[in-house]
Design a protein around this ligand. Sequence first.
Ligand SMILES: [Mn+2]
Length: 279
Amino acid sequence: MRLRTDGSFDLRYDNSFALKQIEEGHYSILSRAPTTDADKPGPSKKGKTLPRVITLGGDHTITLPILRSLNRAYGPVTVIHFDSHLDTWRPKVFGGSPSEVASINHGTYFWHAAQEGLLAGDNSSVHAGIRTTLSGPSDYEEDGYCGFEIIEAREIDAAGKGGIDGIIRRILDRVGNSRPVYLSVDIDTLDPAFAPATGTPETGGWSTRELRAILRGLESINLIGADIVEVAPIFDTNAEHTTLAAADALYEIMSIMLKKGPLSNMLTEGHVNDSGGEL
Ligand SMILES: [Mn+2]
């Protein structure tokens, strides 16, 4: 929306343009020098140490332009995705795909990301907290083609699987400690009792205590960026449960990034990126 000096405004809405704006905005921040170790080699395609960008939303579709931006800087990345939903649905299955623009939405963006080659091709990505309704068993098969392993919310209670520690171990085993990893957190991964203000709530989710403990357990991973999305403050309780949960998840993510230190450390820990690129 553009506000003119005479107070009138002009409303323009174009999803394709908006997606490109988000990608360019993210890439512009990613192109800035980080405060620490800007002069040291890092894991990006051009061998530079880049800042970590954390994005807050809003509709989960924004993860697609963010992954496009990261792909320009790092190449394909491994993703840890906390959500109650898969978000790897084919456009025909989710949303009906009435047009090319409408085929990109908050349930299909990972399918597009996989099609565009933005996700690491070594089957290293993982969903955590899944408990979605399905259009059929093929949803899980499609998800596997996109490169994800699925950790369901209820698995935290499965006998012999080790509770919170068991979930952490499965995520660590899947993504490893040497790859560049992007973290995307849909607030609906939490139970609606803890985060009611979101577009597509699903019962049977994790508590804020469980999510925070799991995030804290991921400190050995090389996180190159993150988002927390689908927070809808207008629907929140008077006590702002959802906003509070998102803010504290953000605190945990920033803490593990700080503890890990600048991304230049990845090179001394064995990660090498020898492909050519823009940054
Ligand atoms: Mn979701």
